[in-house]
Design a protein around this ligand. Structure first.
Ligand SMILES: Cc1cc2nc3c(=O)[nH]c(=O)nc-3n(C[C@H](O)[C@H](O)[C@H](O)COP(=O)(O)OP(=O)(O)OC[C@H]3O[C@@H](n4cnc5c(N)ncnc54)[C@H](O)[C@@H]3O)c2cc1C
Length: 531
């Protein structure tokens, strides 16, 4: 067995790197082992085609915790977030809806569709900020365990209850609705403009195998509402150099604190002795010892692929098997010779600098889900597009552009055929769908990369291609993520911890699971449970 470390972190995604950085800053000797040739996991930038650099998977950022940016001094390590201004939704009628960062302009735009909705939009924005304020502290909290309430857990639950009681009756009502309703039903209560409801409800389905009319999606909508950039609520941004630059900034902070990082170092097995993790065996056969092991991979990979079944209790493994992944999204990355020209708003305006959402009606969104429910990719999918090269020209050659298309639905389990057979047909559907609104698109495409849920599983070890390492559905959140009774980053195997998006508070480029996990591990160290 080679050198012994205080901690080995499996996976060099952004959460694994955050955990490693915090442990090393506390004086621990840490090794990160990443399977791929490049760091970042799903927050990665790669030059997929010569001269064209893509945020291959995740493409926009908003949830990255401000305390991590501050504590790891990420701007000094190269982090720079550029604003993403608004969401433009083209409509088949030739009209459009364009919500911008500027509240007054957005209000005027909504007024054009419905004066009543323009009034309601202000009230809605206020209510959502209140809701986000209530929920947001939970993002930095270790989930209490209601199944074995210890004193700190009890006081956290008590505190949450008190904060709920302190909300106004209207806000209490709004919160219960957000926790229980579908995104579309919730928005129906506020607005009458179909395209507004459709495009807003889209945030409620991202990373889930649910439709905009499925209960529980209103919470997912709130989850995506909670981000902030430079203190501005609800704003989204690009990372200069792509989302991989975020991971590399964290890696820079980790290295500075002394972390050793190896790529092309796939872990094949977690070694154990007397009920404790003692190190890992790499796919190459190399064995590395450590006082503890932290996995940022999802529960199926961690407990079913890397652990021996005999090392874990059967009931825990049964819960691990019940954790739902059900990947439902794909990604199409296009290298373009020029900019798409939208029929409804021709030319190179600022509308191309924000998100461009193909979500023209609530019925369109629900029909897209209908296809997936029965095992097909959507014939007309929901697509969330961005053109980062307009804001950050470093990612494409001069005059050229990258177009990133996040697509839903692409169900992991197909009714007929395989994803290897259907990959290009899926890519064609995405291009055809966008071309209905921007007919010049096809003539601009130089290169195309199509990623299906199977590709996300094969290349990024995301089980069933779920972009958040497990669905963000209510029954898999907070003290239930990933398994009831084991939501506090510890596992039934001594000295094995988890720190990825499969743990609270879940997916997105947040870093929160990685940071809270590190702080919990350090507490165990202080209590002598690891030394
Ligand atoms: C297509 C797509 C689009 C997305 N869009 C957005 C977005 O726009 N904004 C946003 O905020 N979030 C988005 N997300 C979600 C976000 O990217 C993820 O939630 C987040 O990056 C996960 O980080 P992580 O560190 O927890 O896990 P991961 O990024 O999954 O990292 C885990 C790492 O572990 C490695 N690994 C796994 N098994 C092993 C092993 N045996 N040995 C060694 N290494 C191993 C993997 O290779 C990977 O690098 C998107 C995700 C995808 C896939």
């Amino acid at each position: 067995m080679s050198e012994t470390y205080d901690a080995i972190v499996i996976g060099g995604g952004h959460n694994g790197l955050v955990t490693a950085a915090y442990l090393a800053r506390a004086g621990k000797k840490v090794l990160v082992l990443e399977r791929r040739h490049v760091l970042g996991g799903a927050a990665v930038t790669e030059e997929v085609f010569p001269g064209f650099r893509f945020s291959v998977c995740s493409y926009v950022v908003s949830l990255l915790r401000p305390e991590i940016i501050r504590e790891l001094d990420l701007p000094r390590h190269g982090l720079e977030i550029l604003p993403l201004d608004g969401t433009f939704t083209p409509m088949p009628s030739g009209d459009h809806l364009w919500r911008m960062g500027d509240h007054a302009r957005t209000r005027r735009e909504i007024y054009r569709h419905s004066p009543t909705d323009a009034e309601a939009y202000d009230e809605y924005a206020k209510a959502m900020v209140e809701m986000a304020r209530f929920v947001k502290p939970i993002l930095s909290m270790v989930p209490p365990d209601p199944f074995s309430l210890d004193l700190p857990g009890f006081s956290r639950l008590f505190d949450l209850g008190n904060r709920f009681r302190a909300l106004s009756r209207t806000n209490q009502h709004n919160l219960v609705q957000l926790m229980t309703m579908s995104a579309a039903d919730m928005l129906d209560q506020w607005f009458e403009t179909d395209v507004l409801k459709a495009t807003m409800s889209a945030s409620g389905i991202i990373g889930t195998f649910l439709g905009v009319r499925s209960p529980g999606t209103a919470y997912v909508l709130l989850h995506h509402y909670m981000g902030e950039i430079d203190g501005a609520f609800r704003s989204w941004g690009f990372s200069r150099g792509g989302t991989g630059a975020i991971s590399l900034a964290i890696a820079g902070a980790a290295r500075e604190a002394g972390v050793e990082i190896r790529t092309e170092a796939a872990v094949a097995q977690i070694k154990t002795k007397h009920g404790n993790a003692t190190g890992v065996v790499l796919a190459s056969g190399e064995e590395i010892g450590a006082r503890l092991v932290v996995s940022s991979a999802d529960p199926r990979v961690t407990f079913r692929k890397l652990c021996e079944p005999g090392d874990l209790p059967a009931d825990f493994l049964a819960d691990v098997d019940r954790f739902k992944y059900r990947g439902s999204s794909g990604k199409v990355n296009l290298a373009l010779d020029g900019l798409p020209d939208f029929k409804c708003l021709p030319g190179e305006g600022a509308h191309l600098r924000g998100a461009i959402s193909i979500s023209p009606s609530v019925e369109y969104m629900e029909r897209a889900y209908d296809d997936a429910k029965y095992g097909d990719f959507s014939r007309r999918p929901y697509i969330d597009m961005v053109i980062p090269s307009l804001t950050d020209p470093s990612v494409a050659p001069p005059g050229k552009h990258v177009l990133s298309c996040f697509v839903q639905y692409a169900p992991y389990k197909l009714r007929e055929g395989t994803w290897d057979e259907k990959r290009e047909a899926f890519g064609d559907t995405v291009v055809d769908t966008i071309s209905e609104y921007a007919p010049n698109l096809k003539s601009l495409i130089r290169h195309r990369q199509v990623l299906t849920p199977l590709d996300l599983e094969r290349e990024w070890s995301l089980s069933e291609g779920n972009i958040f390492q497990g669905e963000l559905s209510l029954e898999q959140l907070f003290f239930l993520r990933p398994v009831a009774g084991w939501a506090r980053y510890r596992t039934p195997l001594g000295r094995l911890y988890m720190c990825g998006s499969a743990t609270h508070p879940g997916g997105g480029i947040m870093g929160a699971p990685g940071r809270i996990a590190a702080l919990e591990i350090l507490k165990d160290w202080e209590r002598g449970k690891v030394a």
